[in-house]
Every structure is written in C-alpha cells, then in structure tokens.
Design a protein around this ligand. Structure first.
Ligand code: HEM
Length: 237
C-alpha cells in the first residue's frame, strides 16, 4: 500500500480524532464558563434570525444525510430493494437543497458579522476561523456532490462509508480511499480542519444543546406595576 495513502487515511484521521476528543476534555476542564454559543442576539436580532435558522436547519439535514449515506451500510438499502440509482437520485434531490440552505445561512451570518460594527467588534479570531472552515466544509461538500451527479460508477457507500466506519472499530482500510474522486478527498480534509479547531471555538455549543429546555415549565414574566401608580390606585378606592 502507498505510504501517502496510509498516512492520509490511516494515521492523520486518528490524530484529528485525538485532538477533537482531547480538545473537548481540555476545554471542559479549563474553560467551563466559556463553554457557550457566545450569542450576539442582544446586539442584533433580525439578520441573525434568518441566517441562523437557514444555517442550523440546513446543517441538521446535511448531518442526517451523512448518517444515511455513511453510517447506514449499503446492504441495508439493498435489502429494502433500493437500487444505487434510486439512492443517488434521492441523495442529490434532498442533499443539494439543504446544503445550499446551510451555505446561504452561513454567508448571511458572515455578512452580518462584517457589516454590523458592534458585532464585528465582538468577533474573535476563533470566530473568523470557524466561519471560514465551516464555509470550506460546506462548499467542498457541494462541489464534490455536484461533480458526482452522474456518479460514473463511483459509490461512496462502498468506499468512503466503510473506510469511515472502519476507523471507529480500528479496522483501518486506507486502500478504500486511494481512488476516490479528488473533491471528496478535499471535502474530507476540509472537515478535518474544522474538527481540529472545533474544541477551541464556540462550536462546542453543539454538544450542550439544552434538551431539558424542551420539557421544562415555562418561566412566567409579569409586568411590574410602578409603586406610585399602585399607591394612587389604592387611594382612589
Ligand atoms: C469525515 C466526515 C465527512 C465525510 C466522510 C463526508 C462525506 C461526504 C459525502 C460522501 C458527500 C456526498 C453526498 C452525496 O453526494 O449524496 C458529502 C456531501 C456534503 N457534505 Fe460532507 N462529509 C463529512 C463531513 C461534513 C461536514 C462536517 C460538513 C459540514 C460542516 C459537510 C457538508 C457537506 C455538504 C454541504 C455536502 C453536500 C450535499 C449535502 O448537502 O448533503 N460534510 N459529504
């Protein structure tokens, strides 16, 4: 086996994974109070809402698509009678629009950060790095998908997917990645860059989604009647 392939697809992924997991543990130990979205909602709401909704819903569906394509084995689809062509058509029809939604969302969020003075002033280097790496991951994913529309015999469910799953069970198979189209390689490495910086950015909030909030009781806010008004109301009785 080629040494470069072994390094690229058998060694570096574990270095990335180690930084990702170790980085989160380190950050949790050292900076629990900084473990936040660093929300800027109180500085500007309107543009945030549309950008954030598009990006987050887009990326949630992109994630769902990745689970369907990379985690669920091809044998499952075969057993259901879903052919390669059917799978590919469904993946493109749903994958591309949600990827574009995520891209438009992140572009709007970046524009908001550049164009609003006080948001720009509160944006750190790690925020800029996060935005750039997110855009790179999404753009390269979309390019790889678009160039693979007529798949030409390439099926990532029999190459990239088993390679990825193999990493998690220490069944390293770099040979599966040797001949995949270049844009998929670039896409995967763009996402590696994202995983390396992830623990040191506000992206950590992805692991602290307040699920309990969905079930907790509402917090009831009541209007306060000013003291003077209250006294005059009472004296008039
Ligand atoms: C190691 C992790 C990853 C692997 C192996 C991977 C692999 C793939 C593959 C095989 C496709 C083609 C899907 C198709 O044509 O149906 C794809 C598309 C895409 N990927 Fe990834 N990806 C990874 C992580 C990510 C991450 C972290 C992001 C975003 C931050 C991302 C964003 C996208 C986008 C936007 C597309 C275009 C199609 C769609 O919207 O689903 N990927 N990726």
């Amino acid at each position: 086996m080629d040494l470069t392939d072994l390094l690229l697809w058998g060694v570096f992924p574990y270095i990335v994974l180690t930084i990702f997991i170790g980085g989160h543990v380190y950050r949790y130990q050292k900076d629990q109070f900084g473990w936040t979205t660093k929300s800027s909602e109180f500085l500007e709401k309107k543009r945030l809402r549309i950008g954030s909704l598009l990006f987050h819903w887009g990326i949630i569906f992109v994630f769902g698509g990745h689970v369907l394509g990379l985690i669920i084995p091809v044998s499952f689809y075969n057993a259901l009678g879903i052919t390669e062509h059917m799978y590919h058509v469904i993946a493109i029809t749903f994958g591309v629009p949600v990827g574009i939604a995520a891209l438009i969302g992140i572009i709007l969020l970046t524009y908001r950060r550049i164009s609003i003075k006080r948001i720009k002033a509160t944006t750190s280097t790690s925020d800029w790095v996060t935005l750039i790496f997110l855009i790179l991951a999404i753009v390269t994913g979309l390019i790889a998908t678009s160039l693979n529309v007529d798949s030409n015999g390439f099926d990532y469910r029999t190459t990239i997917a088993p390679w990825l799953r193999g990493l998690f069970i220490f069944n390293v198979q770099p040979e599966l990645m040797a001949t995949i189209p270049i844009w998929f390689k670039i896409h995967i490495y763009a996402t590696f860059a994202l995983y390396v910086v992830w623990p040191f950015t506000r992206l950590v909030h992805a692991f602290s989604f307040p699920v309990k909030y969905l079930r907790r009781s509402y917090v009831i806010y009541k209007k306060r009647i000013p003291q003077t008004k209250k006294v005059s109301e009472e004296s008039s009785i």
